[in-house]
Design a protein around this ligand. Structure first.
Ligand code: 13P
Ligand code: SF4
Length: 300
């Protein structure tokens, strides 16, 4: 009798499928994936693959982004109800209203938005390239949606006239300066590495700020042996895999429950029965593709 893991690998081969997983998914999901990464890396992999089926182990906006970039491919979500709380804080209609009150402003949408929301954006960005994208845009008037924390960080660094949205990630928003100071007291030699979705006062006491992938690269290259990592705790698995001799500390509440809904069983079901397919209107795909394409074009 084959194990769930063996069945997944067999069907994956038969159907010419690829499994992509975000770094916040559970360790067993990351371990079975062909590629584990941040939003940017996953969307690039989705675009480059010649697989017929993409099984996207992540929240729904990530699967939608894969579909936008690979519209001819079948993109399946093992857990279609796994949504990003931040992505639901901003709709296309709301953006259009704000834009009408700020003529001439360029709308930059963090990739953590639905496909529908992206149709109202001029540019997309990820946490890895947000500052770079905003700096490259030939306009100082920007509306940044939906993450107010990432937006504030970009606003401070770029010096541009940026209107912020009131969205946030509940997991990163929960991290407080007091918690970080307490962790630092317990681990005085640890370096603080924070995701830019954290509050600005937390970012101000961080030694390093970057996307999940950037944090991984930083920790791998650093001489330091201990790190207080201010992002979702699923990252601990990758960090430990690539830096077995280093120690990583996370706050207790740093768990994205929707990312953790994805299991080996749901991956098997989705591959076997081709459930959870992302179906997007052709017009939505076409319009949502433009800001994503502008993002890659502007970065060269
Ligand atoms: P990354 O782009 O850094 O992977 O972040 C995605 C995310 O959802 C962070 O909460
Ligand atoms: Fe969304 Fe936050 Fe979960 Fe990332 S960690 S997917 S921003 S809810």
């Amino acid at each position: 009798m084959q194990s769930v893991k063996e069945r997944i690998l067999d069907i994956k081969k038969q159907k010419n499928a690829i499994i992509l997983a975000h770094s916040y998914t559970s360790p067993e999901v990351q371990d079975i994936a062909d590629f584990v990464g941040d939003s940017l890396g996953l969307s690039q992999k989705a675009a480059a693959t010649d697989a017929d089926i993409i099984v996207f182990c992540g929240v729904s906006f990530m699967g939608e982004t894969a579909k936008i970039l690979s519209s001819k491919k079948k993109v399946l979500l093992p857990e279609p109800e796994a949504k990003c709380a931040m992505a639901s804080m901003c709709s296309a209609e709301q953006i259009r209203q704000v834009k009408a009150n700020r003529p001439g402003a360029t709308v930059v949408a963090y990739v953590n938005t639905t496909a529908e929301t992206k149709t109202a954006a001029d540019y997309c960005c990820t946490s890895a390239n947000a500052l770079n994208v905003v700096n490259q845009i030939p306009n100082d008037k920007i509306i940044f949606v939906p993450d107010s924390n990432l937006g504030r960080y970009v606003k401070e660094k770029s010096g541009k006239d940026i209107v912020l949205w009131s969205g946030f990630c509940p997991i990163h928003q929960c991290v407080t300066v007091r918690q970080v100071q307490e962790m630092k007291r317990l681990h005085p030699d640890a370096e603080i590495a924070a995701h830019p979705e954290c509050r600005i006062d937390v970012l101000n006491i961080a030694d390093y700020i970057g996307s999940t992938e950037a944090i991984l690269k930083h920790c791998m290259a650093s001489d330091k042996k201990e790190f207080i990592v201010l992002t979702e705790s699923g990252m601990g698995h990758r960090l430990q895999e690539f830096c077995p001799d280093k120690k990583f500390y996370f706050t207790n509440a740093s768990v994205c429950t929707t990312m953790k809904m994805i299991s080996l069983e749901s991956i098997l079901d989705c591959l076997e029965n081709e459930t959870g397919e992302i179906i997007l209107d052709d017009k939505v795909i076409e319009e949502a593709y433009l800001p994503v394409k502008r993002m890659t074009d502007i970065l060269g």
